[in-house]
Design a protein. Sequence first.
Lengths: 489, 271, 290
Amino acid sequence: MIKWFPKNSRGIQSPLLSTFVIFGLSLVGMMLSESQPVYALPLYKVAAIPAFARKYGLPCSACHTAWPELNNFGLVFRDNGYQLMNDRDSPIWQNPSYFPITFRITPQWHRESTSNQPVDSIPGGGTGSTLVSRNVTQAGFDLSGMDLWSAGTIYKNISFLLLPSSDPFATWHFESAWVRLDNIKGTSWLNFKFGRFELDNLISEKRFLFLSANGGIYQTYHFDVPGSINDFGIGDNQIGMELMGHNADSSMRYSIALLSSNEGGTGLTESNLPGGLPSNRSFDGYMAFTKSFNAGSWGYEQFQAYAYIGQRATYYQTTSGTPLVGLGNEPFYRIGFAGQLHFKNLELLPYFMHGHDNAYLGTLTPDTSGLPAGTKGPAFNGGFLEGQYFVNPQLVFFGRFEKIDVAQQAAINLGSVPDNYGNVTAYSVGYRYYPIMFSRAGLAWHNEYSITKSIGVVPESLDGSGLPPILNTQGVWSSSIFVGFDFDF
Amino acid sequence: MKINLRIMILAVLFLSNLAMASAVLAQYQVVTVTDGGTVTGNVKWTGTKPQPVTLPITKNPDVCAPNGQKTRDLERIIIAPDGSVENTVVYLKGISKGKAMDLPEARRSLDQKNCRYIPHIMLVPKGDDLTMVSSDPILHNIHMTGVQLYNIPFPIANHPVKRPFQRDGETDLKCDAGHVWMNSVVMTVESPYYAITDEHGNFKLTDVPPGTYTIEAWHENWQIARQESVMDVDSHQMVNRPIFADGMTWDKSVTVPAKGNVTVDFQISQK
Amino acid sequence: MTPKKLAVTFAFGSLALVTVGATSVLAQSHINPPDPALGTPSVATEESHIGAVTGHAADGEKHYIRYCIGCHGPDGNADGMNAQWIDPKPRDFTKAVFKCRSTPTGTLPVDSDIFNAMTRGFVSTNMPQWRPLTPQQRADLVAFIKTWSPRWAQEKPGTPITIPPETPDTPESVERGKVLYQTTLKCVECHGPKGLGDGPSAPSLRDNDGNPIKPYDFVNGSRFKCGTTNEDLYRIFMTGLDGTPMPSWSDFVDPNQAWDLVHYLRTLQRNYHPRHTAKAAAKSTDQKGG
């Protein structure tokens, strides 16, 4: 039973309370304020142009439950290759001043606090100073990274997406870059995508509602058993090609992808082996099948079954000099299911994953040498339940509970770590309020509190700051309070 | 003293509104009129005569311009040399009972002849049919806007079509087959006390139950609210259709004596 | 400043900001209900019936705010803030004039007509295919749409026309259809001799709101405005597209002639492959005697 208020982490409780105060008061403030019609805005006839809303004249809420999360109409639009299928999708029908670009960034104030961090016993580190476990807390104003997002149609039934994305330090990478041939042979069952893209996860991490360091990722989407040299996360964009199909209202969808075995890295350089040197020599595969059921006035109930089967290298082809080209591929898999369940204004998103790595991946030994009999591969079971409540298209409350249990520790750690080493528990709660909801730009006032715990390791978080605890039996709690303006144009 | 006056005025207004409202809302009742009176009168124009609105005949000149005319008057305002105004609809407003329907059948029959709607103003009793026919060998259509929304083609001459007019009010007719000057008005009415001034500007209402009524004159507007025009890419012709402002009304009060005659004249002008 | 003080400061800061923001800027989209004196149907009680599904206007109002308000507007009269940028203009629900109906010209459509139009969307316009909404959600929207115009309280919808079974698609049928199109009915006036929508009357065409409108181009057009099948095509010209210059031809065309016209119109389409050969024609002549 995980304690919500951990006993020996001093600094955690009061921010928790304060956070609820923030939420409560701002909520009361909102409720008391008077609503005014959005369209009391004077109309400025300038050719100012967020990309799809501008192109088609639909409000953000038509495609998004609460942007960036998609609703079923938005999902069908995306499945169709960002087309409404009314022969007005090709760029030739747009005013030449229309440019399919949106950018998004979130200036914020946040507070990060991590427990059981090794700190100097004597401040400033003097003679005889050792490491002791303490909370480390940092807070301040900050910027998020920025997405410079361009997507749409190059031509009828040819769509694209290009997403140069920066971290908060303005280091750029291409999060996504792909071209897709849509509706091949005139059927929605054949669509071919090529490039770097998000896997067809029913619950998209790229379009979810969480932004804080500890809440802004699904732990399950990035988890690897500690000690395993596998670096895979199903939430990471991969490079390869995908064949995808759907029916007219996307109540049935399939996706099959062939991907490079280098965790979406570019330049054939990413490697799962220590050192991270050029490695790619093999391919991974992913498949997912989604089925929706019409639940009348509730909405659609969607279920997805997925499987990812990949391989990772266990040694390099060259050892002296610069190690290049990984060899000795051993497999791993991730399988599970996801759901998006609608009950009018309430949405529940359950997720489950079972992950298993080959025994060699948990040993740091080449697969040419033998392993002791009975060596088991690292394995884990994880999942989350997320809930969202849409008061109206401009106000959404969300929360999530997530749990990952290591079912089998990596062989390299056996005997030296507790059974629950690496287990993760995570909670997140917050709300987004959209003061404006029209087709030119978007703004959300975002408040979130998230807290994660890992046993013996520092939890995975967006800011990546935090150190493993001194003892591998200690649970490390890391919390985020996040308040920011999320805007896109 | 002041307060009393204010209350009285309010009371009068309230009661008259009530009367008006009930008059408007009440269904017209047919009764035997034994001592009915007659209302006759004349509608004359005062002031400068407006320019008639004309359009060039750009389509089917062989049928639409049999005398070789280049333009067609839209018939929005027809004023005789002596100032008489034709096509003014004069009626007793809100009359709740009287004689049975006896509006002339000619006013609920429409002919499209030489690309012209004949008559220009129609009166159809509510619930009755309008009979439409084309005498022209070319394509017309009757596209209605207003309280009725029928859109009926006439590709073949002498093939009449009927449609019921069930909502009282004004319906405007136009032709989409290139004859942009064709226009007419149908009034769907509940009482028979409607008349349309002839070329001498005269009208007559008969068998009116004695009493005091508001008599109203309605005339369609000749003032163009806006023009719509588009350049046809193929023929490089500008094709225009003017959109007219709403019709105008003038009110008077009339007391009809039993078995007698009363005259009401209207002077209408550019408002 | 301790974390606690900072957090509390922030709480009040957030409260102030949100209160100021919400009152002075803008908040929730909402509908401007019609003037009650107009006599429009009540949102609380209006329903729609499409097959087994009953739609409710009160639920439809919520969907309208989410999906429709950007174009169709908070007054239902196509004055949404995006309407000025799009062509053709959105439908003005306060007038209750609908293009795609199974009912005669000048009459209100039945609920399923609006439902189908919403599901199909309108090709070459900004009106999407709303198929991804559940049938219940679409039925709720149909019920809500009816609350914008008093006509729904004053009139009953027309009686849907009967569409008899299709006659055989033979060369003779096509030829008869050609005579109807080119000569008798004079469709060429607007649609042009080849069906390109370039007839002599085409440049002067306006819809009911005075906006320029083009006749359907059979050669290059994709879906029809109101469907894709032969039956849809039959229904289109037998009921007319109200609000546009396209009239209802039911007074001048009997059902057999109508099917002939459908067969001919298909031959105008760019991707038309003759489905009938002499062999098939001979076969069908045997079956029905011509």
